[in-house]
Design a protein around this ligand. Structure first.
Ligand code: NPW
Ligand code: K
Length: 510
């Protein structure tokens, strides 16, 4: 479930499937599946499932994505819907199935136009300009069409992938490219990573998958999935009545250089609310003696912190002092699970010595970079990281034998063995100060409670996003959502997950 495939993998499956089918079968199936969804969408828009009072605009490009669109147009016209088609003809000869689809559309009641009729109000736009075959920026007449569609207010259904979007990476195909902003995307044969990360979430809207009857066996075993509780739910275990605070591990958040106390406190609160037994704030410089809102947190001097048996979350507000570097080196040399965030990642990126220590450590390392921190770790620009987020996260995971959470829309979770996931939960409310500190604290908390690195990374990211989504559903965002609201919301998500597990409790280690 939730498997994501590269364009190369989809192409292979498509060729293998087509070899056993009459010509044009896959395109016809794509046209039928998309027409069904289009009818549902216009039915919903018009308030009934009957013929909508407004016409549907179908955009058909020069390749097979255009062929899909022509099949959709023919099917909608056959259902009695008023359809207008803008067809960008190919200079090169079309594939036979696309030529067949064009003939079918021409034979029906759909009308063809050279440009989008001005002032028309559409029930729906179907985007079949370009699919996975687009290899360069959209320019000229096609660009004008995309600009016009993006300025419309009606729903837009993209076929396979919003035209102009790279289905592997979620980047707009450039340079200086443009991509359709769809409200819905129906994607064919297999779901694709680019629809779920970077700009993909904004361009694709709600994603539906039409397998077109292609056998699972024709697709490879997926190494990338959409993050989902089915990947980690067995890690949620009810607590035993005989447990005590020593059963759930210690977390120390190392950070809080002068003037930056808020970040480690947010991380520490998240660790506390997600069930860590004892939580320390280990300050680099002298800061507050306690947290009046959360007096359960214990404040220590980072330099004298005993780290044995303690999961360290290093980085929030840590700064770059010599003291910070010394304390980070000591944490890297320890064997306890370690979460590196924010300044700790920048210190590693700037120090070959710390890089060697990180790569050599035997305990779990979990890194939570945002794109710029990831770029520093890789010695590239943030634009390069964003241009292929999956590849960047996997490269860091492999280089440091670490679990990597590359933050941003469609957060990537990459494991040292190459497995990866893209997170579907969360919303723009998370693009605010301190939410990353909360995520780091949550990761540390799960690791301190004995979770494996893979499950901790997947579950932390999913719950963090889910908590934000629930807050938005309650009206607490996305505008103005604050990081401080997340820990309590995460606690309720976590307890709900545990309740749903049919498992018996885990007896505490003596
Ligand atoms: N085959 C199958 O079995 C199935 C395929 N399916 C569908 O086919 C889609 C893939 O079709 P595709 O390979 O024909 O590529 P597509 O995305 O239509 O674009 C290529 C066309 O665009 C042109 N072009 C490229 N860049 C351009 C630019 N900047 N500006 C202008 N033109 C540009 C390019 O021309 P060229 O680069 O060759 O000059 C070529 O003509 C896939 O996404 C799915 O929807 C489904 O029906 C399932 C079964
Ligand atoms: K498209």
């Amino acid at each position: 479930m939730g498997a994501l495939f590269s364009v190369a993998e989809i192409r292979q499956a498509e060729q293998a499937a087509a070899a056993f089918l009459p010509q044009g079968s896959l395109m016809q199936r794509a046209g039928q599946a998309a027409a069904r969804l289009a009818i549902e969408l216009v039915g919903a828009t018009a308030g009934s499932a009957s013929v909508p009072p407004r016409p549907v605009l179908v955009l058909a490009g020069p390749g097979n994505n255009g062929g899909d669109a022509l099949e959709v147009a023919a099917n909608l016209a056959q259902a009695g819907i008023d359809v207008s088609i803008i067809h960008i003809a190919s200079a090169a000869p079309s594939a036979p199935e696309t030529a067949q689809a064009l003939a079918r559309a021409r034979a029906g009641t759909a009308s063809f136009a050279d440009a989008i009729p001005p002032d028309e109000k559409w029930a729906l736009v179907v985007d079949g300009l370009f699919g996975i075959g687009l290899a360069r920026s959209i320019v000229g007449a096609a660009r004008t069409i995309v600009e016009e569609v993006n300025a419309m207010e009606c729903p837009v259904l993209a076929l396979d992938v919003p035209s102009g979007l790279d289905a592997d990476t979620g980047a707009v195909i450039g340079p200086d490219g443009i991509a359709v902003v769809a409200s819905h995307t129906i994607t064919f044969i297999g779901d694709k990573p680019g629809l779920h990360t970077f700009t993909g979430r904004d361009h694709a809207g709600q994603v539906a998958l039409a397998r077109l009857g292609v056998d699972d066996a024709l697709l490879p075993a997926a190494s990338v999935h959409l993050n989902d509780p089915s990947l980690f739910e067995f890690a949620f275990v009810p607590r035993a009545h005989s447990s005590h605070k020593g059963s759930f591990g210690d977390v120390a958040v190392v950070g809080g250089a002068h003037g930056m106390s808020g970040a480690p406190i947010l991380a520490a609160r998240a660790a506390l609310y997600s069930g860590a037994g004892r939580v320390f704030v280990a300050a680099i410089d002298q800061g507050p003696a306690y947290d009046p809102v959360q007096p359960e947190l214990m404040f220590r001097d980072a330099a004298s912190l005993g780290t044995a048996g303690t999961t360290i979350v290093a980085g929030p507000g840590m700064g770059d002092s010599a003291n910070a570097i010394r304390i980070l080196a000591k944490a890297l040399d320890g064997e306890e699970p370690l979460v590196l965030d924010a300044d700790a990642l920048n210190l590693v990126a700037a120090s070959p010595d710390l890089q060697v220590r990180l790569a050599a450590r035997s305990g779990i390392a979990l890194l939570t970079p945002h794109p710029l921190e990831a770029a520093r770790l890789l010695g590239v620009t943030a634009a390069v990281v964003q241009g292929d987020r999956l590849a960047a996260a996997r490269e860091i995971a492999a280089r440091y034998d670490a679990y990597v959470i590359l933050k941003g829309s469609g957060t990537i979770i990459a494991m040292p063995d190459g497995e990866a996931a893209i997170n579907p939960t969360g919303n723009p409310g998370l693009a605010s100060a301190g939410t990353g500190d909360v995520l780091a604290g949550l990761c540390g908390s799960l690791l301190a409670q004995g979770w494996p690195g893979r499950d901790a990374a997947l579950a932390a990211v999913w719950m963090h996003g889910e908590a934000a989504d629930r807050l938005v559903a309650q009206g607490a965002g996305p505008i103005g959502l604050t990081a401080g609201e997340l820990p309590a919301a995460i606690r309720s998500v976590l307890n709900r997950m545990v309740e749903q597990r049919p498992r018996r409790c885990a007896l505490p280690q003596s």
